[in-house]
Design a protein around this ligand. Sequence first.
Ligand code: GLP
Length: 260
Amino acid sequence: MEVVIAPAEELAGVAAQAVAGLLRSMPDAVLGLATGSSPLKVYDELVRLHEQEGLSFARARAFMLDEYVGLPAEHPQRYRNVIQTELVGRVDFAADAVRGPDGLADDITAACAEYEAAIAEAGGVDLQILGIGTDGHVAFNEPGSSLASRTRIKTLTAQTRQDNARFFDDDVDAVPRHVLTQGLATIMSARHLVLVATGRQKAEAVHQLVEGPVSAMWPGTVLQHHPHVTVLVDDAAASRLQLADYYRETYASKPGWQGL
Ligand code: GLP
């Protein structure tokens, strides 16, 4: 696990360069897209690279991490619509190149199995962008999630619904109770995980993620078992890291050839 501590704008550049480098060497790469506020600057930077430096997504495909159950197709907070607004509609993805779990499916179990099969058929995710919740959830894998879980329905915790109420006019009752989410094992199947976290409210989750014992109580800790994880954090999110000085020194003295 590599930890990079830098200002938020710089982190976005580091993450976007990882995506851009992948797309330049492998134009048909499979990307994993996250919603939430953490990746927004990364998406802005990818749009800039697309507009100013010709970065193309035309042959790429992408899979989303999660989706609310039951939000109407046109609802602006439906994650499929959010990602369309934040990234997909601003670059040159081919039609139907981006998929997400179907939160409006009649048969939720079958839809989750189909989603897993689609990811596998695409050859798996090459680079997965991730955020982390204040309670340590990744995608919508809340505390107590099986570390071996696959795409399935989950119930949000009160904390997550409270955290996400800001996207629903601060009305916690408007936040759906149920979601579909890639499982922790699904996420672990991606070849490179790039997690972005900023702000003091993420400091404990980041500390547990990087330095805590692996536990379903802090679902992100399963990433400690992944061979290629990049954790991008600003000073505030890094403020509880015991080895912060070591991570800073390591990144500052990193050989240029190594990449992310
Ligand atoms: C949301 C999303 C996650 C996201 C997390 C943090 O509920 N399902 O994918 O990483 O919570 O969100 P934010 O980046 O807005 O803090």
